[in-house]
Structure formats: C-alpha cells, structure tokens
Design a protein around this ligand. Structure first.
Ligand SMILES: [Zn+2]
Length: 251
C-alpha cells in the first residue's frame, strides 16, 4: 500500500526523465478520460516530487500533474519502447526511458488537495517537535490513531506505518491526543519519520503489529489485537498489553 515512503521512491524513480521533453499518451480508457496526456504531451518535465501521498510532476508552462496511487496505483520506469503488457493509464516517453503509470486511480491537473496538506513527514526541513505541536493544536480531542492519519496535520502516514509507530511508542490508538504526552507523540513521529526515510533508501523494517492479529507481540508475547478505529473505521493493530489504555480513558 503506497504511503509517503513509496511516493518518495516513485519520485526518485522518475528523475531520469526530468529536463526532457516528453511524449505522453494514455492507453487505458480511464487514463484517456482524464485528458491529462493531451495537455502534457510535448512539454518539458521540469520536476517530480512527493508531497505526502501525492506525486507532483511539474511541466513547463505552469502545468502540474498530481498522481495519487491509493491502494493499487504504480509508476514504473522502463527503457523506451520496452514491451508493454496491459494498458497503462499514462506513458511519458523521453529519449531513453519511459515512465508508465498503472491502475491510476487519480491523475489530475489540479493541485487543490495538495494545498490542504500538512508538512510532508519526509521533507528535510520537517521537525518532529513542530509536528507534535500541530497534532495538539489541530485535534486535541481526537484519537491518536485518527490524528496521525489526518493528511492536513502531517502528510505521508498511512495505516501500516501508523500501527508500527504507535506500537513503538507504546501508545494505544484509542488514546485522546490530549491524554498523550509530547514524549509519546514525539516518539511515534520520530520513529515513523526515521523508518520511512530508511525505506526510501531501500531498507526494510520488520513489522511488529500491522496485519499480525493473533500473533505474539515481539516485545511481550501478548496476542496482537485488531479492530475498526474512529469515523473512517480503518483497521487498527495494537498490543493490548504494551499499548494499554490508562484506566481513566474510556474506549
Ligand atoms: Zn506487547
């Protein structure tokens, strides 16, 4: 599932095309329906960057293509003219390489959703202390497990990294933000920032809890729990012993 680190890897992957005038075409009908290829065909690609879970491709003439991968979308880089199996939503063809976008599902020439985003967790200038303050300011009564997924607070964290970060910080996903200490929030955010940066560099992090319901917690051996969390009812994973709720907090 693409989270911020996958998007940063995709941005790195597409760098060989930056500075080149690209031929653009869509083979997949849903890709054609976006109208994107027609607008960017023949323009110079000036930059590719990841912002939160979005990939922004900037072209000459102030044209910006926004790609969001949701669950199944992918970018691939192939030698120009390499054999095609299936229908990509978009192909950007440079002199030696071509980028292929598979499964969409979002290719758009508007940047509105990006303007609403909080700081990118993986941007060099993003400091954990600032993020802790943002989380507190934005949503003190919300559950920690929802607040850290809110892309307008901090951009880039998805369900998998959330589960791992909260386990690392021994923080229950059902704690209210107001009931969690700066140290706990900071520990979760610093962990996920560090591990996602490592992931961009190709390093893997062993999962402790995500999709491990019923398996023993690597720290204490208690079986991992799972359950729907908050308004979006996304599945949370946690160790009921290491990440216990304080007795005063009601679930
Ligand atoms: Zn445990």
């Amino acid at each position: 599932m693409p989270e911020g680190d996958s998007l940063h890897r995709a941005a790195a992957l597409l760098q060989p095309l930056v500075g080149e005038r690209v031929e653009a075409e869509s083979a997949h009908p849903q890709g054609q329906a976006t109208g994107v290829a027609r607008v960017i065909d023949g323009r110079v690609l000036t930059s590719v960057e990841a912002v939160g879970k979005h990939l922004l491709l900037r072209f000459e003439g102030d044209v910006v293509l926004r790609s969001h991968l949701r669950m199944r979308g992918r970018w691939r880089l192939e030698p120009r003219g390499a054999q095609l199996r299936g229908l990509p939503w978009l192909v950007l063809r440079g002199r030696e390489w071509e980028a292929r976008q598979w499964n969409g599902p979002v290719l758009a020439l508007d940047q509105r959703p990006v303007r609403r985003l909080g700081p990118d967790l993986l941007a060099r200038e993003t400091q954990v202390d600032d993020l802790v303050r943002r989380v507190r300011r934005a949503v003190p009564t919300r559950l920690v497990g929802e607040a850290l997924l809110d892309q307008s607070v901090v951009a880039g964290i998805g369900n998998m990294w959330l589960a791992e970060a909260l386990w690392h910080a021994r923080l229950s996903p059902w704690r209210r933000v107001a009931d969690a200490s700066d140290e706990e929030l900071g520990s979760a955010l610093a962990f996920v920032q560090e591990r996602m940066r490592a992931s961009v560099d190709g390093e893997r992090t062993a999962r402790a809890v995500y999709r491990k319901a019923g398996r023993p917690c690597p720290r204490c051996g208690t079986p991992i729990s799972s359950g729907g969390l908050g308004d979006a009812n996304r599945t949370a994973y946690w160790c009921p012993a290491c990440q216990a709720l304080p007795a005063t907090a009601a679930r």
